[in-house]
Design a protein around this ligand. Structure first.
Ligand code: S3P
Length: 446
């Protein structure tokens, strides 16, 4: 368990590119494996989570290779072409890999056992077991509907109509991927829009996907089953969820000026930009353009005084993974911030609401935690800093580890995380990138 400590840092400056988008990377490998012909992927995230997906697709018969150029090539087997794996599918820390792959297997009549690390094995899978059982898959899950879990996909998958009980792109995607194997139309209704990478990428690979806007922001997504998917080129933008760490660091460390290039700015992902604007951050989008169907741009921040604000529940799906680092920003802001609609944070890689609350308290930040909200009393103002001087448990959660290391850059005393190794699940190279900008990290404990 390598600990890492972050010290008060001088100005952070530079132009950087963070690794590829995790959500898009998983989907590119999965769809490449069920498309006919070759899929070439540029900018794939080579983090542990995505490598688990690559291994799983290989275990089910797809050819997945990394070229010397850094491009990845998948030779797929077509919808219905995946093979029964002769080993367990180890999904590591990744909820996205586990849930989306269960969807894919559910519609393909295969039997597979899914395993994961202690964090993933504690996360709820009933949310996908329920709709995938309606498709016809059969599950033998561990207590409480958790991993390890063995599933037998449906021989004759049913096209279902499913209204999401939680705002979850993972559940939506699992149902749609199961629908690839079913005849007729699979329909998902989502009360609140969530990231639409699956819809976009299925369309890119040749599937017929219809999206209708319903009253109150809801959406109905219809997929025509048993499509012939064709291998395609995919360009993966930089992950806004990883960019968020550098951007918040640039906002809270005095004298900073950071630009993160080629960031994916899909509106269903870019809530963090709105929230930083609401905090009064100096943030601007430069060179906005469309690449491979996704909006991308360069995001520049310069440091300045942040002011506490209320962050509405309606924005939660568009920044669900960015809350931990936004809480760190709120701790440095002047005045109180209130974040609402946080119930899903409790079932991420850790219970991010209570783990962040405990860590911030240990760093001397005053706050109040509710079932689904957090109110943080920011310590900011000229010359005022979060006290810091604590070691925080990262709880097998990459985003907890990175959030506290970012906070340490602007705190009076250093902040340590007990285990920095989970960072590699989503952001290999985080330490080098932050140090390149001027952050002071060390192996010494706070
Ligand atoms: C993801 C969806 C989100 C997010 C996760 C990636 C995806 O989860 O937290 O990191 O790629 O679909 P939920 O859809 O369960 O909220």
């Amino acid at each position: 368990m390598p600990s890492l400590t972050s010290h008060l840092s001088g100005p952070l400056r530079g132009v950087v590119r963070v690794p590829g988008d995790k959500s898009i990377s998983h989907r590119a490998l999965m769809l490449g494996a069920v498309a006919l012909g070759q899929t070439r992927i540029t900018g794939l995230l080579e983090g542990e989570d995505v490598l688990c997906t690559a291994d799983a697709m290989r275990a089910m018969g797809a050819k997945v290779e990394r070229l010397e150029s850094g491009e990845w090539v998948v030779n797929g087997l077509g919808v219905g072409g995946l093979l029964t794996p002769d080993c367990d599918l180890d999904m590591g820390n990744s909820g996205t890999a586990a849930r989306l792959l269960m969807g894919l297997v559910a519609g393909q009549g295969l039997k597979a056992t899914f395993t994961g690390d202690a964090s993933l094995s504690s996360r709820p899978m009933k949310r996908v077991i329920d709709p995938l059982s309606q498709v016809g898959a059969v599950f033998e899950a561990s207590e409480g509907g958790r991993l390890p879990l063995t599933m037998t996909g449906a021989q004759d998958p049913m096209p279902i109509t499913y209204e999401l009980p939680v705002a979850s792109a993972q559940v939506k995607s699992a149902v749609m991927l199961a629908g690839l194997g079913a005849p007729g139309e699979t329909v998902v209704i989502e009360p609140k829009p969530t990231r639409d990478h699956t819809e976009k990428m299925l369309t890119h690979f040749g599937a017929d996907v219809r999206v209708e806007e319903l009253d109150g922001g809801a959406r109905r997504i219809t997929l025509k089953g048993q499509p012939e998917l064709k291998g395609r080129d995919v360009i993966v933008p930089a992950d806004i969820s990883s960019a968020a760490f550098a951007l918040v660091a640039g906002c809270i460390v005095d004298g900073s000026d950071i630009t993160v290039t080629n960031v994916g700015l899909n509106p269903l992902r870019a809530g963090v930009v709105e929230t930083l604007k609401d905090f009064g951050a100096n943030i601007e989008i430069l060179n906005q353009r469309i690449e491979a169907g996704e909006i991308v741009g360069d995001v520049r921040v310069t440091s300045g005084l942040l002011k506490g604000c209320t962050v509405p529940a309606s924005r939660a799906p568009a920044q669900i993974d960015e809350y931990p680092v936004l809480f760190a920003a709120a701790a440095c802001a002047q005045g109180e911030s209130r974040f609402e609609g946080l119930e899903e944070l409790r079932v991420k890689e850790s219970d991010r609401l209570s783990v962040m609350a405990a860590g911030l308290k240990a760093c001397g930040v005053e706050l109040q935690e509710g079932d689904d909200w957090l109110a943080i009393k920011g310590v900011g103002g000229t010359g005022k800093r979060v006290p810091g001087g604590a070691t925080v448990a990262s709880s097998l959660d990459h985003r907890i580890a990175m959030s506290f290391l970012v906070l340490g850059c602007a705190s009076a005393k250093p902040i340590s995380v007990d285990d920095a190794s989970p960072i590699d699940t989503s952001f290999p190279g985080f330490r080098d990138l932050m140090e390149g900008l001027g952050a002071q990290f060390s192996e010494r404990e706070a």
